[in-house]
Structure formats: structure tokens, C-alpha cells
Design a protein around this ligand. Structure first.
Ligand SMILES: Nc1ncnc2c1ncn2[C@@H]1O[C@H](COP(=O)(O)OP(=O)(O)OP(=O)(O)O)[C@@H](O)[C@H]1O
Ligand SMILES: [Mg+2]
Length: 319
């Protein structure tokens, strides 16, 4: 079983609005409303890839009820801690004429210490039957930034693999707790490492730096693939995976589809390079769908052959 953690779960509204302009009134040409938050998106993709997954986290108020009900309608197993405050609704507007995407994310609910405690108990209980826990996304108010780090340490004691995709202080602390893998995008990785990357050399140094900070494996997603430092038979290798950029219907959530692909392949026992290949194909395929976490598994299979794998030869310091 795979568990996904979404502490700031949401109802995501994706709107397709041609010629979107600030200050104007518009009509949508396409729209989709579904439960979201990074961990929920990852769960949706894992489910469509045929992997066993349970989504957990916090859900509150009428929006929380809707999150849980819609997940159940999608046949995504879920077990959320119900909280008093209202879960958020996030709105993204995709303009098919310009390809631009605009997001407005509501401030998350306030979570009480008692609710946090209930969640920790629930996760540790669920994790007893799990091989991998995916921790992804932002924190609602009232939750300590060290929560992901605490969870990673406790899950390690249970022998569960932890994979994290978050940003800011919660991610910084999480990396130091030595998760099995992290998958920040470029901007998030630059923030963690504390410098900008200009080329493959910088990105190689960055994944090595992320591992030096604590991650066992570090994958930095790029618009055309990823740069990763993964363990092959216990030994670190550097891989650059790439795929031709496609015209996106909506690219939001492609990082979540990437992560789900990586986790699905890892759960199935694929080699690190094949996990990355599958992840890149999932990320790319998901850009063809409006709505985070949606992809067509058959189309992913067709894309696998288009993912180019390169082994980077590091300077001694990068390993
Ligand atoms: N236009 C595109 N064509 C092909 N692949 C894409 C495209 N956009 C994104 N991808 C794939 O999706 C993966 C994740 O991309 P990216 O680094 O943009 O994620 P992200 O910033 O975390 O996205 P989000 O947070 O919205 O989920 C990458 O591996 C990339 O290969
Ligand atoms: Mg991301």
C-alpha cells in the first residue's frame, strides 16, 4: 500500500478561459472541479496507474466533506482527519490562447494541536500496512513547520519509505530528517540549496548538495525532465532524463504526476533509471489534461520510448 499525505487538501477549480484579462468579465470554455492538494493529486494518478493507495490529511467544513465525498466517488480510498475549520478552495485559470496559467489559492484552515495529534496517530496506524508514504504540499495554519521532519523520523522507525515534495521551511526541515527521496522543482531546489542553477553542472552539484543535506535520493524536476542523484545497487549515480516539450493543455500538477509515476514504479520494484523514465513520461502526459493528477496510462506507455536517459559524469565533489 502507498499512503499520500495532504495536510492542506483543497477543492481545486480549473477553468479554461481564452483571452483572459485582468479586470474583465469572462466565460469558461471548459472547467473541472475536483479534490486537490499535491498529495491528493498524487493519489489520483497512482489510482489511475493501478497502484493501491490511501489518501490522508485534514478535511474540514462543507469543503472538507466535498473533498472526501468526491474522492470516494473517484474510488480513491481515503481516511482524513475531520477538522473544525473549513478546507480551502483553489482556483486556476488556464488561458488556451496564451498558454498562461494564473492561480489563486485560498489561505488554508487553522488546525488545532489536538487535530494534529489525531492526524499523527492516524498516519502511524495507516503506515503499518504501507511500503511508501508520500508527503506533499503546503501546511495549513497552526501546524508546526517541523511536522514533515517528525513524520519522516517516525515512519523510518516503522521501516516505511518516505518521499517528500514540499517547499519553504517545512521542506528544509524535512530534508534534514533524511527522507528516502525528494522531488522539488528547480525553483524549490534553488531555494533549498541557496543558489541559482544555470546549467547541467549546477544541477548536478545541486542534487549532490540536497543529498548532503540529508535526502537519500534527490530528483530536481525540470520543464523537460529531471536531474537526479539516485542509488543504484546502493551506489549513487547521476541521471539526466529528458523528453521533448509538448504543447500543454494545462501544466499545473505535472510535478505531482511526475512524483506519482516515480512512486508507482518504485513500488513495483523498477530500477532507479526506469522509475525516473516512468516519472518523466507521467509528468509529460499529464500536461495533456485539464485537472491535476489526470493522465492516460496507455499514453504514458507510448511516451516511455521518447524519454532520453543520460548518465552524467560528475566531478568528484558531486558524488
Ligand atoms: N510542456 C511539457 N512537456 C513535456 N513535459 C512536461 C511539460 N511540462 C512539464 N513536463 C514534465 O512534468 C514534470 C514536472 O514538471 P515541473 O518541474 O514543471 O513540475 P512542478 O513545477 O512541480 O509542477 P506542479 O507543481 O505544477 O505540479 C517534468 O519532469 C517535465 O518533464
Ligand atoms: Mg511541484
Amino acid at each position: 500500500m502507498i499512503i499520500t499525505v495532504t495536510l492542506n487538501a483543497a477543492i481545486d477549480k480549473s477553468l479554461s478561459v481564452p483571452n483572459f484579462r485582468l479586470g474583465r468579465r469572462h466565460r469558461t470554455v471548459d472547467q473541472r472541479t475536483m479534490p486537490g492538494g499535491k498529495g491528493v493529486n498524487v493519489a489520483r494518478t497512482l489510482k489511475s496507474l493501478g497502484q493501491p493507495v490511501i489518501a490522508t490529511g485534514f478535511a474540514g467544513g462543507a469543503t472538507g466533506t466535498r473533498i472526501v465525498e468526491q474522492l470516494t466517488q473517484e474510488s480513491i480510498l481515503n481516511d482524513f482527519v475531520r477538522i473544525r475549520d473549513e478546507s480551502r478552495t483553489n482556483t486556476s485559470v488556464h488561458d488556451p490562447t496564451s498558454g498562461e496559467q494564473t492561480e489563486v489559492n485560498e489561505r488554508g484552515p487553522e488546525v488545532s494541536p489536538k487535530e494534529v495529534e489525531l492526524f499523527q496517530d492516524k498516519l502511524l496506524y495507516l503506515a503499518r500496512g504501507a511500503a511508501i508514504v508520500v508527503i506533499a504540499g503546503s501546511l495549513p495554519r497552526g501546524v508546526e513547520p517541523g511536522i514533515y521532519a517528525d513524520l519522516i523520523r517516525e515512519l523510518r522507525h516503522l521501516g516505511v519509505t518516505t518521499v517528500v515534495d514540499a517547499e519553504g521551511e517545512p521542506m528544509r526541515l524535512a530534508v534534514r530528517a533524511e527522507p528516502d527521496a525528494i522531488s522539488p522543482n528547480v525553483v524549490e531546489a534553488e531555494e533549498l540549496v541557496g543558489q541559482e542553477f544555470n546549467d547541467d553542472g549546477d544541477r548536478m552539484a545541486a542534487v549532490a548538495a540536497l543529498c548532503a543535506l540529508g535526502a537519500r535520493e534527490a530528483i530536481v524536476t525540470l520543464p523537460d525532465g529531471c536531474t537526479a542523484r539516485v542509488l543504484e545497487d546502493g551506489a549513487p549515480v547521476l541521471r539526466r532524463m529528458s523528453i521533448e516539450q509538448r504543447e500543454a493543455v494545462a501544466s499545473r500538477g505535472s510535478g505531482d504526476a511526475f512524483l506519482a509515476g516515480y512512486v508507482a514504479a518504485r513500488y513495483s520494484g523498477s530500477s532507479p533509471t526506469e522509475c525516473l523514465r516512468f516519472a518523466v513520461a507521467c509528468g509529460a502526459e499529464s500536461t495533456q489534461h485539464l485537472g491535476a493528477g489526470l493522465l492516460d496510462p496507455a499514453a504514458v506507455e507510448r511516451l516511455l520510448g521518447e524519454v532520453h536517459a543520460q548518465t552524467l559524469e560528475p566531478s568528484a565533489s558531486a558524488l
